[in-house]
Design a protein around this ligand. Structure first.
Ligand SMILES: [Ca+2]
Ligand SMILES: [Ca+2]
Length: 312
């Protein structure tokens, strides 16, 4: 039989129980939510790791393709297996695709300076390329000063004095570019100009000749300055028929059509048919994570080495 006092006690216990439930439920929800987020975070990190590993494997695959090419051929042209773009292919829980580009199909901006000194022939080449793109030709002078070892401004140049007057001040690098984005620190260069130049120029260590078999007409015309537009078209038609083995092959095959005997642009090592620098772009997806990996490869002998690589 219930005593008259047991009812309030019972009520208090119920209220306490409800209070506990009221306090614990949000706490539990928070804990479950945190755990859920933590698991999702773990999953995303795992997916990202897998996607990155897959991309690195893609770069190694590109190195193997280029090593195999070095074993089989002395020259490089767009008809070779390395030049085949790989469309996105399914792999377990994801996909992978990518492409190899001959970086010597573009003009190497570091060519403007050799052993710390401006090379007037190369500066003239870059001026022609700029003119063809309707960009200010002074950009060649400011780049040459940025690259050359001295502090004396050359024609259209800019050295320390120009950069120290800026806010914040800085100095001219007086050495090679390591990345196209370095251009943005040089007098006259804007993001729009760099974007316009990007398809035609590259940044490679040291002096690198242009590949006659892979270069586009605009860059080829800037380097082979003593060939007319019609002659450049003839060269391109000829290489599409059969890629050139070397410079002598170009001379002998064009002998009937073009007098290549007195062409200063063919003297020296300004053009070639064998490339040592290639870039690789690999894109992968694993689960929810997607990555792009870009790498610059140097193939001096057989197995290419990675000069740099970056994820974005
Ligand atoms: Ca080759
Ligand atoms: Ca300088």
């Amino acid at each position: 039989m219930n005593s008259p006092h047991s009812r309030p006690q019972h009520g208090a216990a119920l209220i306490m129980a409800l209070l506990v439930v009221a306090l614990v439920t949000p706490l539990a929800t928070t804990l479950i939510w945190q755990q859920h987020n933590w698991l999702r975070g773990m999953e995303t990190r795992r997916d990202l790791n897998q996607a990155r590993q897959l991309a690195s494997a893609g770069v190694d695959w590109a190195r193997a393709v280029l090593a195999e090419d070095a074993r089989k051929s002395r020259h490089d042209h767009p008809g070779e297996p390395w030049a085949t773009r790989v469309p996105n292919m399914p792999v377990e829980d994801g996909e992978i695709g990518g492409a190899i580009t001959d970086e010597q199909s573009k003009y190497n901006l570091n060519n403007l300076v050799r052993n710390g000194r401006r090379d007037d022939l190369e500066i003239a080449t870059f001026r022609r390329l700029l003119a063809g793109l309707q960009l200010p030709q002074q950009l060649a002078g400011s780049l040459a000063d940025w690259l050359d070892a001295d502090d004396q401004p050359g024609e259209d140049g800019a050295e320390d004095d120009d950069y120290l007057a800026l806010q914040p001040p800085y100095r001219a690098a007086n050495r090679e570019l390591s990345d196209l984005d370095n251009l943005l620190r040089i007098k006259g260069y804007t993001p729009r100009i760099v974007a316009q130049l990007r398809p035609y120029v590259t940044v490679l260590p040291g002096y690198n000749p242009l590949n006659l078999n892979t270069a586009g007409a605009r860059v080829l015309g800037a380097v082979l300055h003593d060939f007319s537009t019609t002659e450049i078209r003839q060269i391109i038609a000829e290489r599409e028929r059969i890629p050139f083995l070397d410079e002598n092959d170009l001379r002998s095959r064009l002998a009937g059509q073009i007098d290549s005997a007195q062409r200063p642009s063919l003297v020296g090592e300004r053009i070639g048919t064998r490339s040592t620098h290639f870039s690789v772009l690999v894109h992968t997806r694993h689960g929810q994570a997607s990555v792009r990996l870009q790498a610059l490869l140097q193939r001096n002998t057989f197995w290419p080495r990675i000069l740099w690589q970056k994820f974005d």
